[in-house]
Design a protein around this ligand. Structure first.
Ligand SMILES: Nc1ncnc2c1ncn2[C@@H]1O[C@H](COP(=O)(O)OP(=O)(O)OP(=O)(O)O)[C@@H](O)[C@H]1O
Ligand SMILES: [Mg+2]
Length: 341
């Protein structure tokens, strides 16, 4: 194949591709491969352009007349490619045609999936182990002890409740994830949603002598959305503000309008004066099962899925979630929802 035709062919490929001549030099390379090989790669010896022993071995094998092969190509700790090396005959002998595929996101999503399964198993196993232990005790040593029986049944009820919540939240999460691309269409009164969520959380807040106040929602505030899902968002945010806030504090929910370059938004701030969150945790807070203090969250009956569900619901509404928090001062979770669409 003539050199310019080869370059044109490579340019048409939507992934990094290059050809290594029989003399080990890079004969042609497309633009996508230059960040990997270096800008002045063409004409250079492959071994000097890239330190990748498996790829070099595959190229040598193909030059020696062997069949095509597929080898891993690790460029850094985070980036993994696979290189397909196949023979391409040429005037100076056998050339090696190398095509790269970026496997990074596949490897990452596989790791996320594995973590997720490990997390779910762990979260389910803890209450399950406790229940199995108590059943055993009820059958044996506590058999004739009415007081112990009552107490153990109480604990078992709590552990079963925890498992039930976990399964419920997992189902919610998977439903929200699968619907994420379908935009909600209903007209929803956000003020009503906020009042409903606040009144559900209020009994728990009163136990801590905390007050929930809503500002800016006296008149209806209409938004395009899914009422149940929006209720879930604010239930979790208000519940978190109460749970992780200081006893006797005020949790403030305020509705304002905000216009940014992307358009007009309704903005709901859920503000607490609790312990706040160290900034190092903020980027990961909406990950499934991520908790700042797992022990404490579990003790409160939390699953660590609340903010992950919030994030997906807000995305489905084409909105955004902002978290602003200062350690020792409190946190503000803001939900922005597009207005008037
Ligand atoms: N207002 C807040 N102040 C301080 N920390 C918070 C606040 N909201 C959330 N967090 C932290 O973020 C973590 C994740 O919150 P998320 O709502 O996802 O889970 P959870 O409340 O632990 O459990 P769940 O919501 O499933 O009952 C919490 O465990 C807590 O450490
Ligand atoms: Mg929560």
């Amino acid at each position: 194949m003539e050199h310019t035709a080869l370059a044109e062919l490579l340019a048409g490929l939507p992934f990094p591709a290059f050809v290594v001549g029989a003399d080990e030099r890079i004969e042609a390379a497309n633009a996508a491969s230059l960040p990997i090989l270096g800008q002045a790669a063409v004409g250079r010896n492959l071994a000097l352009a890239l330190r990748a022993p498996p790829l070099l071995a595959a190229v040598a094998a193909v030059h020696a007349g062997e069949a095509a092969r597929d080898v891993p190509l690790r460029l850094s700790d985070e980036t993994l490619f696979r290189a397909n090396v196949s023979p391409l005959s040429g005037p100076g002998g056998m050339r090696a045609f190398c095509v790269l595929r970026d496997m990074t996101s596949e490897v990452q999503s596989e790791a996320i999936r594995r973590d997720f399964v490990a997390n779910v198993s762990h979260e389910l196993r803890t209450p399950l182990t406790a229940m199995i232990g108590f059943i055993e005790t009820l059958r044996t040593s506590a058999r004739d002890d009415a007081n112990a029986r009552e107490r153990f049944l109480g604990i078992m009820e709590r552990e079963a409740g925890r498992m039930n919540r976990l399964v419920r939240d997992l189902l919610h999460l998977s439903r929200v994830e699968s619907e994420e691309r379908m935009r909600p269409r209903d007209q929803v009164d956000l003020a009503g949603v906020l009042r409903g969520a606040a009144s559900t959380v209020r009994p728990g807040a009163e136990e801590k002598q905390s007050h929930i106040t809503i500002i800016g929602a006296d008149a209806p505030v209409m938004v395009t959305g899914d009422a149940d899902q929006l209720t879930q968002v604010f239930l979790n945010l208000i519940e978190n503000a109460v749970k992780y806030g200081a006893p006797g504090q005020e949790v403030r929910v305020s509705v304002t309008r905000e216009t940014v370059s992307r358009g007009a938004f309704l903005r709901v701030d859920v503000i607490d004066r609790g312990e706040g969150i160290d900034p190092i945790h903020l980027p990961r807070l909406t990950e499934r099962f991520y908790r700042v203090d797992a022990h404490r969250s579990r003790a409160e009956g939390g699953t660590g899925l609340g903010l992950a569900i919030v994030k997906h619901i807000v995305n489905r509404h084409r909105g955004s979630l902002r978290i602003d928090s200062r350690k020792g001062e409190g946190s503000t979770f803001s939900v922005l929802l597009p207005e008037g669409e």
